[in-house]
Ligand binder design. Sequence first.
Ligand code: MG
Length: 262
Amino acid sequence: MILLALDLDNTLIHSYKKAEGSHICVEEGNIHGIWKKLSYMTPEAVEKLNGLSSGILPIPITTRSVEQFRRISIFGDEPPMAVTSNGGTLLINGVPDKAWRAESEQLINTAISELERGKNLLETDKNRSFEVRFVDDSFIFTKSDKPDETVSLLGSQLDAQTVDILTNGSKVYILPKGLNKGNALERLKKRLSPETTIAAGDSEFDIPMLLSADIALVPDNGLNAALSDIPAMVCENAETGKFAEFILDFAENYFQKYRKNP
Ligand SMILES: [Mg+2]
């Protein structure tokens, strides 16, 4: 079996802000009281995802909360497995797995005092533009008008051995060091014993996961520079939605070759 570990946002799916006319809506939700279409895939990517050989097991690994993940309607009703909350939760047929959560809690508890200190720092940060959340009891999240300033405030106060501080646009995250997508992929590999692991992602959050895979797939945004030790395949066609098609084509072609010559 080939495990295909998939980041979601800007990897398998893309925002309505970038969607084109023929793209298929895969996420709708109530945002501040307004029902909105939120994420899309190209029709080609939807077809390729639905047509993957059964020897390929696609597993989303996302920083989205369980609630945000549940808004997405791909993989039929539910994917058989999905990891949310940056590794905090494993959903099996939509149900959180208790043993996985217990392991996650050990990783989170190691960092709990730093997470609490970070939460307090953010509560009083003058640049903060959103409430401070402890997402799925896994990591701290907020937004900042000046994310660089907020990050340097956190960086000067928090122990870098215990927590990671990451940003993505205006979003600011404080994450337990051990709770990352790479650790999540390692835990999945232990459970599932795949012959090969292919991982695809587009951002700093994905680096540990890409480094844990046998083959990493990245868009043409410079992320491959952080992956020098492993074979990274770069999708040169940066057009919206095309990275998803590249990933699904790669996985299927790899599987077909592997089946002939394991
Ligand atoms: Mg992403």
